[in-house]
Design a protein around this ligand. Sequence first.
Ligand code: AMP
Ligand code: ZN
Length: 487
Amino acid sequence: MKLYNSATRRKEDFVPNHPDIVKMYTCGPTVYHFAHIGNLRSYLMEDVLEKYLRSRGYNVLRVMNITDVGHLTSDADEGEDKMLKGARREHKTVLEIAQYYTDAFFDDCRRLNIKRPDVVQPATGCIDDCIKIIEKLLADGYAYCAGGNVYFDTSRLERYYIFNDFNEEDLAVGVREGVEADESKRNKNDFVLWFTKSKFEDQALKWDSPWGVGYPGWHIECSAISMKYCGEDLDIHCGGIDNAFPHHTNEIAQSESYLGHKWCNFWVHIHHLNTTSGKMSKSSGEFLTVALLEEKGYDPLAYRLFCLQSHYRKALVFSWENLDNAQLAYQKLITRIAALSPDDGTPEPAALDALREKFNAALDNDLNTALAVTCLYDALKARTSDATRRAAIAEFDRVLGLDLLAKAEARRAADAKAAAAVSAAGQRFSVVAADGAEDTEITALLLARQDAKKAKNFAEADRIRDALKAQGIELTDLPGGVQWRRG
Ligand code: AMP
Ligand code: ZN
């Protein structure tokens, strides 16, 4: 498999450090609010990468942190702790906030078919591991104490910027975010490893340390948690593109200085989901959640398909129109799969191999999920048996995670029920909802459409169909009636 490595800015052959395991670390959510569908784009694409590696026979150890302390409102170690801000907003304790939004995050993941990582570790459970690393960094001269805090000394590194070649002035976080410079820092990119002094003295969670009572900076938790579970090396480290600097840059600085050798081979960054007015962000307070999509009648897996249809290294623009198209494509795909015969013998090995080869080739090329999705349509169109088509789709969907066969099965059962209802209604023309719902307005429109058809007024019949389609209602004409469903 070729995978783009942000650290080398090239696609490289993916070869794990150890033949029997792929060690994969993901920066988890900061649990002070709901995850938005932009955050979830990152986790969703990482989920596909993990599932694809597993499908190719790799044993994957996937580790994720939960940021429940130390992430300040500015990436430049400034401002108050985001968790505290969340707790104040909701009149709850920091721990209550953390638990609530961690549960909400995994609930969203479940709805989007994102597998839970093998290890999920909140930062507050690893304070001793952070302290151990900071102690060694201090002993080895990579860190210093100033103004009550412990800082990492970036001037000790030959190369600090890993992911970009930009002008250092532009990247200095203090400058970038227009925040007050921290007078205790020796170099403008130095970052806090341990806080005992912050402008926000009401920090809720604090621990004893050799440098006084305080709390860890945001970056150290990921180095500590990764090393605790994956040891001294990592194959893949993932995160959203905004994590590349300063967060991942600082993770590399402290981890490699601590270990004395290279730490992680592949850095995989997922690009952002943007709204038409810019990046979707939690801190702006205006963002879309999975629950909101569901409230509006979207299947969360239609959002999954929407994400899969574009490459993870391209920014993706969210619009309701784009999501409508994905939902329509998803429903149509299910309809076509539901039409496959469920008992058509055993799959043909040669035909299945040919389909699989194309699917794997797509994902082998830096996880080209858009092309992998088109392999589902190739399977439907292939000159082969329905059993082969179903087998290919089942296999691909173990990676894509769209629940296609289960949804198609449910669709077939609903259609059979509706057909039975139409036939039980005898001679009269019947209008049946796929989910058994009653809607007098829709029924009236569909009876009017039937009258128009009878009178050969096809323009009127089409107009009614189109008007319903615009409301997301799909029609299936059956002998003696019509069935409708919300798409
Ligand atoms: P946070 O909960 O803010 O720590 O972010 C969780 C993950 O979501 C990180 O990997 C971020 O890089 C990523 N992320 C944040 N905003 C977006 C976005 N608009 N699109 C995609 N990923 C994002
Ligand atoms: Zn991290």
